[in-house]
Design a protein around this ligand. Structure first.
Ligand SMILES: *[C@@H]1O[C@H](CO)[C@@H](O)[C@H](O)[C@H]1NC(C)=O
Ligand SMILES: *[C@@H]1O[C@H](CO)[C@@H](O)[C@H](O)[C@H]1NC(C)=O
Ligand SMILES: *[C@@H]1O[C@H](CO)[C@@H](O)[C@H](O)[C@H]1NC(C)=O
Length: 490
């Protein structure tokens, strides 16, 4: 269950007449958590001891930003946990984060960022359903609402979960400012990470990895490229750089040209299930529409982006190639399951929203926005959709740029996902234009194993690795990440 939220494509927009009113409350008068101020050029997280109030840290180089952070006993009692806000853009936008120290060696382990997709979905979803230190308790077995996750990615890395862009999860803006393109979002993410590393200088120089899923396939290549380019400027000016090492994308959407051929394969071919689940009649219909869909998208979205014609192409593809899946009633993120719960198809979503909105949870986290928690913010999704952000900039070009500058890229995909499926990912990675393309093509697929059981297949060439994960194994996903961080073969 990797790629859960692909807001625009899931038509989840029908979910909500979402209240667009943003927080009007100033964080400094918020009754929820008091803030004490400290000017500090170099703080350490260990000096933050209060769970009751935020310590606000400012940095002379970033006069328009501050970090407010507090300790928290949320989620993982075995490590130090911090939550807080980074106030960016003259303090008007507040980006919420959860930070978990590594369970192994926080003073030496790498730093990782996790974001969910959407656009508009909260990183709390990945945190509490997939790779975070704790999982939402679905069985009423725990008193605190969560259960400890032995396969969490903070087993071997310091990890922060960021609610971005502003308006997502517990992030909020004072005056209704919004972010509506990935390239704009990149600037705030870069500011966030830079200030985090500059403020808590115990991390300075530490290897940094950016990870995420679904729309993260569009976000992360852009974010990483922005960070890389800003690093060159910083270097030229003699400033500290971020030690960006790699990007990890799970069931992402990156090169849109392969999305629909991939969906056809997953539904009507044998690439995910041995016997296709879709009806023959629907498969024939899809097969007939596919070349036209691919051609329209190629001409109007890829070769030459025109927002009106591209939208017409996408509408055609969706009506001809996605309707059959919705009619099947299956979960678009896991074809082995039926859709349950709300329109995001997981019962966990409702439980997570309920849990995160409990007054005691909000207190524990230091949440300051008066808005209720929404797994995916529909107004954020709408803003990105308005700009056709998914199609306007081919994200694969960023991947090329990163690979050719030595940034490692891991593309992984659970084989049961339909929404951003593994076949679509394999197809775009195969045709990705980069210096190592021929070598990658000549490399053979290999099985990879966890505890001597086959976990999927993989292929690596230079900085690029592709991994499939059978089904939706969390243990397997952690094993993969552990090997990736350690620079070992998957
Ligand atoms: C909760 O119950 C489900 C099914 O009943 C089970 O698969 C799962 O492992 C349980 N989780 C916990 C944390 O006990
Ligand atoms: C857990 O408890 C809540 C309220 O006490 C109840 O509504 C829910 O059905 C219970 N869930 C399970 C899986 O027992
Ligand atoms: C919550 O309770 C579970 C046991 O039900 C425990 O394993 C876990 O560590 C607790 N989490 C926190 C944050 O105390």
């Amino acid at each position: 269950m990797f790629a859960k939220f692909n807001w625009v494509a899931t038509l989840c927009v029908s979910l909500a007449a979402f209240a667009t009113a943003q927080a009007s409350q100033s964080p400094f008068t918020s009754p929820i958590v008091k803030t004490t101020h400290r000017i500090s050029a170099d703080a350490s997280l260990a000096s933050i001891t209060s769970e009751q109030q935020y310590t606000a840290l400012t940095h002379p180089r970033f006069p328009h930003h501050q970090v407010r952070v507090k300790k928290s006993s949320f989620c993982d009692p075995t490590v130090n946990v911090y939550t807080g806000y980074l106030d960016v853009d003259a303090g008007a936008k507040h980006l919420f984060f959860y930070f978990f120290e590594s369970r192994r060696d926080p003073a030496k382990d790498d730093v990782m960022m996790w974001i969910n997709g959407g656009p508009g979905c909260s990183s709390a979803m990945g945190l509490l359903m997939e790779l975070g230190p704790c999982s939402i308790d679905m069985n009423n077995t725990s008193k605190n609402g969560t259960t400890w996750n032995p396969h969490a990615w903070n087993n071997e890395a310091n990890i922060f979960f960021l609610d971005q862009p502003v308006g997502v999860g517990f992030s909020y803006a004072d005056f209704g400012e919004s972010i509506e393109t990935t390239e704009d979002a990149a600037k705030n993410v870069h500011a966030f990470i830079t200030i985090f590393f500059e403020t808590f200088n115990q991390f300075s120089g530490r290897p940094l990895h950016l990870s995420g899923e679904s729309y993260g396939g569009r976000y992360l290549p852009s974010f990483a490229s922005y960070i890389y380019d800003q690093n060159q400027i910083a270097k030229a000016e003699g400033r500290a750089t971020l030690n960006l090492q790699s990007v990890l994308i799970g069931n992402g959407i990156t090169d849109i040209s392969t999305l629909y051929p991939g969906r056809y394969e997953v539904e009507c071919g044998s690439s995910s299930l041995d016997v296709p689940f879709q009806s023959i009649a629907t498969c024939v219909q899809m097969k007939i529409a596919l070349p036209r869909c691919v051609d329209m998208m190629d001409r109007n979205c890829v070769q030459h982006f025109d927002s009106i014609d591209c939208r017409a192409a996408v509408d055609f593809c969706n009506s001809q190639l996605s309707t059959g899946y919705w009619a099947s009633g299956r979960n678009p993120y896991d074809i082995s399951k039926m859709c349950v719960g709300d329109s995001l198809c997981y019962a966990e979503n409702t439980a997570i929203s309920h849990f995160l909105d409990l007054p005691e949870t909000r207190q524990l986290l230091g949440v300051e926005t008066p808005e209720n928690f929404t797994p995916c913010a529909s107004d954020v999704g709408r803003g990105f959709n308005l700009h056709m952000d998914k199609y306007a900039v081919p994200a694969q070009y960023y991947v090329t740029g990163l690979l050719e500058r030595g940034i490692r890229v891991l593309i992984y995909a659970g084989t049961y996902d339909w929404q951003c499926n593994w076949v679509a990912n394999k197809l775009w990675v195969d045709k990705l234009e980069w210096a190592g393309k021929d070598l990658y093509a000549a490399t053979t697929w290999q099985d990879w194993t966890v505890n001597s059981a086959k976990a999927g297949e993989t292929k690596t060439s230079g900085p690029l690795t592709f991994v499939t994960i059978r089904g939706a194994g969390h243990m397997e996903a952690f094993a993969m990440v552990s090997r990736w961080l350690g620079g070992r073969a998957i």
